[in-house]
Design a protein around this ligand. Structure first.
Ligand code: CTP
Ligand code: MG
Length: 261
């Protein structure tokens, strides 16, 4: 097993390894359109980021959440989080992020205290991931997997094309292949890692263009083992305005079912 916790001592039970969540929330939400960055927009009256923080803190295993804010927005994010305190004991830190998601995650990892040995990385833009999914990811890391990704079978057939971009955007794109759908999975967050594995991946991977949007992909490219556990349809990412319509509907359904959320 690659994850070390406190082995305990005679008469004292072993303590599980400490788990923290890093939430990259430093993006500008270009695809969402003009206005406030999407992670600070209200979902059911509460900023999307607050939902994402609660989703992580909802797991009993998570004792620290590090929110990575836009470099010029740390004070605003801190204020938003202070206005929506957590009910439990989970600590919430805010650190400045970078120009790419990869850089923001790296800066979040750098802020973790030494005793954290399991790290979740969770998009602020996935506000509604259920706690059972979070716990399943943590459990797989505790069981010895160095990198764990929640994912769902793909429902659309996917084509590989020769993309037409720039001046040629909108032209018909030649198809070069159709991967067998049954072996494809669409990945979500939180992705869970043995801390040392993720830190090493970030140290060894340079930022190329927009950087890596998938932390597990970085581990994979370095030859590390990555496994998939079942994701959840409510863990979808809010990318475009229509996703917010769905998020509002999911939240309203939860509130009808449970009387809260
Ligand atoms: N993110 C980040 N730092 C960046 C870019 C993205 O912390 N420099 C975060 C976003 O805030 C988001 C998550 O990474 O929570 C997933 O990224 P995405 O959905 O692409 O959000 P944005 O980058 O904000 O959106 P867009 O790509 O449309 O601009
Ligand atoms: Mg982005």
């Amino acid at each position: 097993m690659s994850v070390s916790g406190d082995p305990g001592s005679p008469g004292r039970p072993a303590r599980p390894p400490r788990t923290a969540a890093v939430i990259p929330a430093a993006g500008r939400g270009v695809r969402f359109g003009p206005g406030a960055p999407k992670q600070l927009r209200a979902l059911g009256g509460t900023p999307m980021l607050v939902h994402a923080v609660r989703a992580m803190a909802g797991s009993r295993a998570v004792s620290l959440v590090v929110v990575v804010a836009p470099a010029d927005g740390v004070a605003e994010v801190r204020r938003v989080l202070d206005e929506h305190p957590l009910s439990g004991r989970t600590e919430v830190a805010v650190v400045p992020g970078g120009d790419t998601r990869q850089e923001s995650v790296r800066l979040g990892l750098a802020a973790l205290p030494d005793d954290v040995s399991i790290v979740l990385v969770h998009d602020a833009a996935r506000p509604l991931v259920p706690v059972d999914t979070v716990d399943a990811v943590i459990a797989a890391v505790r069981d010895g997997a160095p990198a764990v990704v929640p994912a769902l079978p793909v429902t659309d057939t996917v084509k590989q094309v020769e993309p037409r971009t720039g001046d040629r955007a909108g032209e018909p794109e030649p198809v070069v292949g159709t991967p067998e759908r049954a072996v494809l999975r669409a990945v979500q967050t939180p992705q869970g890692f043995d801390r040392a594995t993720l830190v090493a991946a970030h140290e060894k991977t340079g930022v190329d263009g927009d950087g890596a949007t998938d932390d597990a992909g970085m581990v994979e490219r370095l030859g590390g083992e990555v496994v998939v556990v079942p994701g959840h349809e409510e863990a979808f990412k809010v990318t475009r305005p229509l996703d917010m319509v769905l998020a509002e509907a999911v939240l309203a359904r939860r509130r009808r079912a449970h009387g809260f959320a």
